[in-house]
Design a protein around this ligand. Structure first.
Ligand code: HXC
Length: 259
C-alpha cells in the first residue's frame, strides 16, 4: 500500500511499525494522515503474521496535534456534518491486536490523544505531553477530556487542559500516563523488544488481555470482572493454553499457534 504521510514497515516479520512522517509540520495530524494511519493499522490487524503494532514519530515530535492550519477555517457546519474526528481518527479503537505508542519529543493535543488511544506508551526521556487546545479557544476533541482523567487523575487532567502546560517524561511516568521512560537513543530498541515479547505469546491471549483491560474503562467493576472471567474461561478452550501449560510443566519454551 502506498502512503505519503506515514512510513510503514515490518520488523522481524511480526511487528508492524508505523512512523508518522510530516516532519516540517512536526507530524501535525490531518485527514490524509489519519486515513493512512487507519488503513495501515487495519491491514496489520488483518495480517496473521503480525502480533503487535508500534506507532512512532520523529525525535522532535510524535505529533504536535491536529493540523491547526487545516482546522483554522472550519465552521461548525463543516465539522458537524463531516463528523470531524469521529469519521477517521478512531479506527484505532477497532484494532484488536496490541498497539504501542513509542513517543519522543512533542505529543500535544491530538498527538497526546493519539498516544492515549494506543494500548500503552513508552516514552523517550525528551518526550513532552500536553493538551494545549485551550490556547486556541477550543478543548481536546479526540478523547483527551475522557482518557486523561482516567489515566492520570482529575487533578492533573484539569491542570493540563486548563493551563495548557506541558508535562515532561518523568512527570508523565509518575502520573501513570506512560508505562516506562527510556533514553532517546534506546526508544525503538526497547519498544521493539516489548513488541517482540508480545508477539511470542498466543495472539488469542494477548487480544483477550487487551479486550479485558479496555473493559475496565467502559463499564462497572462487576461487569468488567464478569467479562474478564468469561474470557479467562474461554482461553481454556484453546490449544495455546494446553501448549503454554505443558511447556511450563515440562520446562521447555512454549510454541504458540494462535489456535
Ligand atoms: C499545524 C504545526 C502544528 C500543528 C507545529 N506546526 N504544530 N502546524 N498544526 N499542530 C508547524 C509550525 O507551524 C511550524 O511550521 C513547524 O510546524 C515547526 O513548528 P515551530 O512552532 O516552529 O517549532 P517550535 O518552535 O520548536 O515549537 C514546537 C511546538 C509548537 C511547541 C510544538 O509548534 C506548537 O505549539 N505547536 C502547536 C501545538 C498545539 O497547539 N497542538 C494542539 C493543536 S489542536 P512553519 O511553516 O512555520 O515552519 C488539537 C486539537 C485536538 O490538537 C482535538 C481534535 C483532534
Amino acid at each position: 500500500m502506498n502512503h505519503e504521510l506515514i512510513h510503514v514497515r515490518v520488523e522481524a516479520e511480526k511487528v508492524g511499525v508505523i512512523t508518522l512522517n510530516r516532519p516540517k509540520q512536526l507530524n501535525a495530524l490531518n485527514d490524509q494522515l489519519m486515513n493512512e494511519l487507519g488503513a495501515a493499522l487495519k491491514a496489520f490487524d488483518a495480517d496473521a503474521t503480525i502480533g503487535c503494532m508500534v506507532i512512532t514519530g520523529s525525535e522532535k515530535a510524535f505529533a504536535a496535534g491536529a493540523d491547526i492550519a487545516a482546522m483554522a477555517g472550519y465552521s461548525f457546519a463543516d465539522v458537524y456534518r463531516d463528523d470531524y474526528i469521529t469519521r477517521n481518527w478512531e479506527q484505532i479503537r477497532s484494532i484488536r491486536k496490541p498497539v504501542i505508542a513509542a513517543v519522543s519529543g512533542f505529543a500535544l493535543g491530538g498527538g497526546c490523544e493519539l498516544a492515549m488511544m494506543c494500548d500503552f506508551i513508552i516514552a523517550a526521556d525528551n518526550a513532552r505531553f500536553g493538551q494545549p487546545e485551550i490556547k486556541l479557544g477550543i478543548i481536546p476533541g479526540a478523547g483527551g477530556t475522557q482518557r486523561l482523567p482516567r489515566a492520570i487523575s482529575k487533578a492533573k487532567a484539569m491542570d493540563l487542559a486548563l493551563t495548557g502546560r506541558m508535562m515532561d517524561a518523568a512527570e508523565a511516568e509518575r502520573a501513570g500516563l506512560v508505562s516506562r521512560v527510556v533514553a532517546l537513543d534506546k526508544l525503538m530498541e526497547e519498544t521493539l523488544a516489548a513488541a517482540l515479547m508480545i508477539c511470542d505469546y498466543s495472539q488469542l491471549a494477548t487480544m483477550a488481555a487487551k479486550e479485558s483491560i479496555n473493559r475496565a474503562f467502559e463499564g462497572t467493576l462487576s461487569d468488567g470482572i464478569m467479562f474478564e472471567r468469561r474470557m479467562f474461561h474461554a482461553l481454556f478452550a484453546t490449544a495455546d493454553q494446553k501448549e503454554g501449560m505443558d511447556a511450563f510443566v515440562n520446562k521447555r519454551k512454549a510454541k504458540f499457534k494462535n489456535a
